[in-house]
Design a protein around this ligand. Sequence first.
Ligand SMILES: Nc1ncnc2c1ncn2[C@@H]1O[C@H](COP(=O)(O)OP(=O)(O)OP(=O)(O)O)[C@@H](O)[C@H]1O
Length: 233
Amino acid sequence: MAFQPVVLSGPSGSGKSTLVKKLMDEYKDCFAFSVSHTTRKPRPGEEHGKDYYFVSTDEMKKAIQNGEFIEHAEFSGNFYGTSHKAVEDVGKTGRICILDVDMQGVKNIKKTNLDPRYIFLQPPSMAVLEERLRKRGTENEESIKKRLSAAKAELEYASNKGTYDHTVVNDELEEAYEKLKGILIQVCMRAPHVTGGVGPVRLSAYVMISVTLFLNENVFKQKFIQQIFGWKT
Ligand SMILES: Nc1ncnc2c1ncn2[C@@H]1O[C@H](COP(=O)(O)OP(=O)(O)OP(=O)(O)O)[C@@H](O)[C@H]1O
């Protein structure tokens, strides 16, 4: 059984990398990024097939024409893309594939038959977003302005009903993280939301999920569920 991939999107500075890092640190066997293709040259230490699939521009263009990519983009003269196969490969390992993409990536994915769960990470306000981007210290003034203006468009797009399956407001980091985990449990279960339940509801949900996952031999996902439900192994 392959799990539904998860698309995590949100303005630059909304906290996507921060939350995904927390998730991967805590549940490294449950989630993975797909390996992207790029036409840029490998940097020292980067491995083909692990960090990226390094391909020539000709190969990349052909693959794009063949419809092999879920989404692709060009940045400073190089192509980058996520192939259908790369996402399928993650699914085959029994992990949930996380795609961290911008609004354009979401629009492109919506044109494919990937059928992921779409999660929007929303900053508490534009003022907080600006403050976080400034504090991060990675952008110059021009880049901050560009990101804030893109953020407005992203928020507007996200406000259209049905664009995203879930919205997580990243105000308090721990709260946002817990909410994200609750959504991911739903992806694991492909069943209605149960994390808000207490006592017997949580227990029966836990038993149901465990049996399902056991039958599917996804033992490490049982661990994920156990940890999330507070039953440490
Ligand atoms: N809940 C939070 N409270 C305070 N600071 C936060 C919170 N979440 C993230 N941050 C900080 O905000 C900054 C932006 O977060 P992060 O780099 O994860 O965003 P991003 O969405 O991955 O951005 P980009 O798309 O540009 O990669 C980081 O410095 C991070 O430490």
